[in-house]
Structures are given as structure tokens and as C-alpha cells.
Design a protein around this ligand. Structure first.
Ligand code: TXA
Ligand code: MG
Length: 332
């Protein structure tokens, strides 16, 4: 199959190109599109055949449910019957944006989308190209990250092409993703909010809005939360977040003689690693910058054919919690 690349200027979105991509969705095709978090691989949520193709081209197990993307709240009624009060609060605060909410689903949502669960995960992306595509298609779009299963999520169209070029109908190139890691996934259990996957909206921000409702950090039990994930081709090892971190990194690097080593470090530590292929994640106190750099750096190291990435652990504050979640899974 020939994959068509549609280059779209995010500041001047071409209605003609949006229409073209939306036509492919309506016809049951697969379209990779940019979101503010990572690129998604989309299909019409109500077209079972098209959704099944997503799993095939990604090599994704069928027990891993997909996130459904909407362009506006009016599309919710096609997916769910009821919005719990605490969910409304979070939607008002964080939509459109990198927050995915798990709701009880209507029967009209195909089982293949939700891996047979009675719930459906929904998000309204902030990226305007994504919303224009969904609006023009006239249907919610089911979309996982646009990568081969288990690999690093794409944050540029070229990353999508590397993994899925020739396997999907269209790749919309809307530039680099600003958030750089996937959305936060939450679920409601009575009045409690459970974080099923940390991501682009920090835990602290959700706590603030959820008020008295407790935020429970769950991990490992969510369907589809496979232990090894987000992996670059290189092996990933993590250096502890201590005062001796640079020394630990250098010790690990010296123990890897004969291997091509890449170092992923805080801006403040770059100076310790001259002579090494070191990439800056960002300043230690700017986790949003670090998150935006993480997957991009993994892809760059892959391009450099690095064998081992030594990554500096960061503070698990704000987006640092999601960064460490991804690093640990990549290192698993
Ligand atoms: O930022 C993102 O969320 C990106 C962009 C494309 O929107 N999408 C993404 O999708 O990361 P994916 O397929 O890589 O991750 C979806 C995860 C599943 O692995 C699962 O953990 C959770 O969302 N999920 C989906 N449906 C669920 C459900 N009904 N109940 C619980 N968790 C669910
Ligand atoms: Mg994914």
C-alpha cells in the first residue's frame, strides 16, 4: 500500500486536506494524525473492520482497548449515556487537552474498540488539526498511538512513517507534538478518581480540581498496561535521582565498553558528559520541557543506532511522575 503524506500547516489548516483525510476515515481507511500528546492512528469508531485493521497494522493485542477521540461534546451522546458529576468537573477544566476519561459505554460502541469492556475511554484533543479531522469525518475516531506495539510513541510524522509507512492510508504531518507523552487516563469509582495511566495532565492538577475526591494511583492492573512499553530499539537503563547521579551515569557508561552509549540527562548535568552522545531532557525544574523531549530523544537515539541509553531519573513531581513511568516501562 502506498501511504499518502498530507503536510498540514497548523497555523493555516487547509480545509481541502482535512476533507481528503476525513474522506479516508469515512471510507473505512486508516489515518495517522497529530495530537498535542503523540501521533494517533485513527479509524471510524463505528466501523469494526477499520478498527480491527488498527490492531493488525500495529501488532497490538486485542485485549488492549483504544481511546476514542471527539471534536466536541455533542459527540459524547453517540458513545455514552451518562456523565458522572466529578467527570464533568475534569472535562470543564482539561478538555480539550491531554486527559482521557473512562465512562460506561453505550452498546453501539463496538466491542473491538473497548476490548470487550463495558467502558469506553474518551478524550477531546487540543490539537486543532485532530479536531478538524474528527469534525469533518462526522464521527468519533478511535486511535491508539501510531507506533508498532511496544515501541516508542511517535511525536513527528517521520516517526510514524518509520514504523507504519506502507501500512496505513494517510499520514497527516502537522509538525512536532508539544506535550510529547500520552494523555493521563482516569476512571471514576464512586467519588474516587483513579489514575490508570499518568500522562500529560499532572496528578497534582487533577487533585486540585477533583477537590475532596481522592486520587488513587493505580498501575499494572489496567487492561492494556503491558509492563514493557514505550521502548526504543536501544536498551534503557536508569541512573538514580541522587546527588551522585553524574558519577553513576559515568560508571555505567564505562562498564559498557564496546557498546554505543547515549546519555539522556538534565540540562544541569550535560557538562559532565563531554565526549559522550548526551542529549538534554530539559532543566531539572521544568518537567513539561523534559516530557516534551523524552520520546523525541528516544527516536533520535534510534536514528544514531545507539545500543544503550543511560537515562537520568527525574523528580516524580508534576509531569515528572509520567516521565518516570515511561522510563521505567522502557527499561523493563
Ligand atoms: O495521548 C494519548 O492518549 C494518545 C493519543 C493518540 O490520543 N493515545 C494513546 O493510546 O496513548 P494508546 O492506545 O497507546 O493507549 C490507550 C490506553 C490503553 O492501553 C489503556 O491503558 C487505556 O488507554 N484504556 C483505553 N480504554 C480503556 C478502558 N475502557 N478502560 C481502561 N483503560 C482504558
Ligand atoms: Mg500507545
Amino acid at each position: 500500500m502506498k501511504t499518502t503524506i498530507l503536510k498540514i500547516n497548523p497555523r493555516k489548516i487547509s480545509p481541502k486536506l482535512i476533507k481528503k483525510a476525513a474522506g479516508v476515515i469515512r471510507a473505512g481507511g486508516l489515518v495517522a494524525f497529530p495530537t498535542e500528546t503523540v501521533y494517533g492512528l485513527g479509524a471510524d469508531v463505528f466501523n469494526e473492520k477499520a478498527v480491527t485493521k488498527i490492531f493488525e497494522v500495529k501488532g497490538r493485542p486485542l485485549d488492549d482497548p483504544l481511546i476514542v477521540h471527539i471534536s466536541g461534546r455533542e459527540q459524547l451522546k453517540t458513545l455514552i449515556a451518562h456523565i458522572p458529576a466529578p467527570a464533568k468537573k475534569l472535562m470543564n477544566e482539561f478538555w480539550p487537552g491531554p486527559l482521557t476519561i473512562v465512562f460506561e459505554k453505550k452498546n453501539t460502541v463496538p466491542d473491538v474498540v473497548t476490548a470487550g469492556l463495558g467502558t469506553v475511554a474518551v478524550r477531546m484533543p487540543a490539537n486543532r488539526i485532530a479536531r478538524a479531522l474528527i469534525r469533518s469525518a462526522g464521527t468519533p475516531i478511535a486511535a491508539p498511538s501510531a507506533n508498532i506495539f511496544g515501541r516508542t510513541s511517535p511525536v513527528k510524522a517521520e516517526h510514524v512513517m518509520k514504523g507504519l509507512g506502507g501500512k496505513v492510508d494517510v499520514v497527516m504531518d502537522g509538525g512536532r507534538c508539544g506535550v510529547g507523552i500520552e494523555s493521563t487516563v482516569v476512571e471514576f469509582a464512586g467519588k474516587k478518581v483513579a489514575i490508570l495511566r499518568p500522562g500529560g495532565i499532572p496528578l497534582e492538577a487533577i487533585k486540585k480540581v477533583a477537590g475532596k475526591t481522592a486520587v488513587k494511583r493505580t498501575s499494572g492492573k489496567t487492561p492494556g498496561q503491558h509492563p514493557k512499553h514505550y521502548s526504543p530499539k536501544a536498551k534503557v537503563v536508569i541512573a538514580g535521582n541522587t546527588a551522585l547521579q553524574p558519577q553513576e551515569v559515568l560508571k555505567k557508561a564505562k562498564g559498557l565498553a564496546g557498546k554505543k552509549v547515549g546519555i539522556l540527562c538534565k540540562k544541569e548535568h550535560k557538562k559532565f558528559y563531554s565526549g559522550y552522545d548526551a542529549r538534554v531532557l530539559g532543566p531539572a525544574d521544568e518537567p513539561a520541557k523534559c516530557a516534551a523531549e523524552l520520546f523525541h530523544a528516544f527516536h533520535e537515539f534510534d536514528k544514531d543506532k545507539v545500543d544503550v541509553i543511560i537515562a537520568e531519573a527525574v523528580d516524580e513531581k508534576g509531569l515528572g511522575f509520567a516521565i518516570m513511568n515511561r522510563l521505567k516501562k522502557a527499561a523493563a
